[in-house]
Design a protein around this ligand. Structure first.
Ligand SMILES: [Fe+2]
Length: 417
């Protein structure tokens, strides 16, 4: 049965594809040594190699157990920082940096065991040398670069999605001022990414889905990006194709190590892709949605993807080619597939279902274009606003079951307020 969403997406003609066949220069760089595989955690002793290290992780029992394995293998750390909070803020990071300042001997390595928040915190610790004010000054006042340090990081991701284990930046949130900063330094690439899919086995469904959608967003955002190049796009195509295939069954079989491993590989590839392009409009749009409406990062940066895919079709030949390798020849059908993919996972593509009023969402789209990441997006704003209008008209009609989030899985992210 042809759904309303399919009808509306096919009603309007896609803009003509403009082939970009001009040979252009590009480069790709990523210095992170990656070790991947089940049981890879056992290599931690070899990687720490007797250095004085700080262990950064979460404080709950699940992570304490893994941290104990790290310590049993690599020896006692100088200090354990285990009070990392989601979306690390100025306040929490200042406390963590102060803890780093206590050891009598300076650390020679930082082991980051956890999700994106832990790895980002480790990067801030690395740059701070125990004094968060140095980082704050650099981020806010754009001063004091010479005062920033660099302690080698061994990143051990326990979620499949962040990509932070292969990038040189960290998200830092000033929740008081309602701002998100990116601490970006070439010497913040982790020395080593130790990716052990077994460590993701304990992650609950919502976290598994949210982080995987973050990785999907990283991959698509690196394709419709002014900085895209053939290497990043190839990584991204592989990553997105795999996530579209493996996430739905993984979401109902969280104990499958085989699918966890595929998802971890896809997230790593997505990380490599956007490590060279950075993200684009979906991420720029997501930051205020996370800050002001509390929507988890992975959901906030993914529910707009069908809208952006619709808007970007025909804008660039290489981009279209990459997207066709993921979605097939008919990219408008790809918009439908992506919408259904998210909806079936319980993630509505409508902003209002995430607690964001439609008029606010449209203003946020305009504002997102002014952001650094927003300027990476190759699609024009007027087409995004048209796509938003079409999507809203088709999917928000009362009683229109074909267009609504209609899966048997309740929209876990739909807010009650
Ligand atoms: Fe992200």
């Amino acid at each position: 049965m042809s759904s309303t969403r399919e009808t509306f997406l096919r009603d309007s003609e896609a803009p003509g594809t403009q082939a970009s066949n001009v040979s252009r220069q590009w480069s790709f760089y990523n210095p992170v040594q990656v070790t991947f595989g089940g049981g890879a955690l056992s290599r931690i002793s070899e990687l720490v190699d007797g250095r004085r290290y700080v262990l950064v992780t979460y404080g709950d029992p699940h992570f304490r157990e893994i941290a104990a394995r790290v310590i049993a293998s690599a020896g006692e750390p100088l200090v354990v920082i285990d009070d990392v909070s989601p979306n690390p803020s100025f306040v929490s990071l200042a406390k963590s940096c102060a803890l780093l300042g206590f050891p009598a001997e300076s650390p020679e390595a930082i082991v980051a065991l956890g999700g994106g928040s832990v790895i980002d915190t480790a990067k801030v610790l690395s740059a701070s040398s125990g004094d968060f004010e140095r980082v704050r000054r650099y981020l806010v006042d754009h001063e004091g670069e010479e005062a920033l340090g660099s302690v080698p990081i061994i990143a051990i991701p326990t979620t499949a999605g962040t990509g932070s284990e292969v990038t040189c930046w960290a998200s830092v949130w000033d929740t008081g001022a309602g701002r998100k900063y990116s601490l970006s330094r070439p010497n913040l690439y982790p020395e080593h990414a130790l990716v052990d899919p077994e460590l993701t086995l304990g992650m609950p469904r919502m976290l598994t889905v949210s982080t995987a959608l973050d990785a999907l967003s990283h991959s698509l955002e690196s394709i419709w990006n002014v900085n895209a190049n053939p290497v990043s796009t190839n990584f991204a195509v592989l990553a997105a194709s795999e996530i579209l295939e493996v996430l739905p069954p993984l979401a109902t079989d969280l104990a499958s190590l085989a699918m966890r491993s595929r998802m971890a590989t896809a997230a790593l590839l997505a990380g490599l892709a956007f490590s060279n392009t950075r993200t684009a409009l979906a991420h720029s749009l997501s930051y205020p949605i996370t800050l002001q409406y509390g929507v988890p990062h992975g959901l906030a940066c993914s529910f707009s993807l069908p809208m952006l895919l619709r808007a970007v079709i025909g804008q660039d030949g290489e981009c279209d080619e990459g997207l066709r390798r993921i979605f097939g020849e008919d990219l408008l059908a790809g918009v439908v597939r992506l919408t259904d993919f998210l909806t079936d996972l319980g993630v509505s593509v409508l902003a209002e279902d995430h607690g964001v009023p439609r008029e606010v969402f449209c203003d946020l789209i305009t504002a997102a274009y002014a952001g650094e990441r927003g300027r990476n997006f190759i699609g024009p704003k007027d087409l995004v606003l048209v796509a938003e209008e079409q999507q809203w008209a088709a999917l928000s009609r009362p009683g229109d079951d074909a267009g609504r989030s209609d899966s048997t899985t309740p929209p876990a992210n739909r807010r009650s307020k």
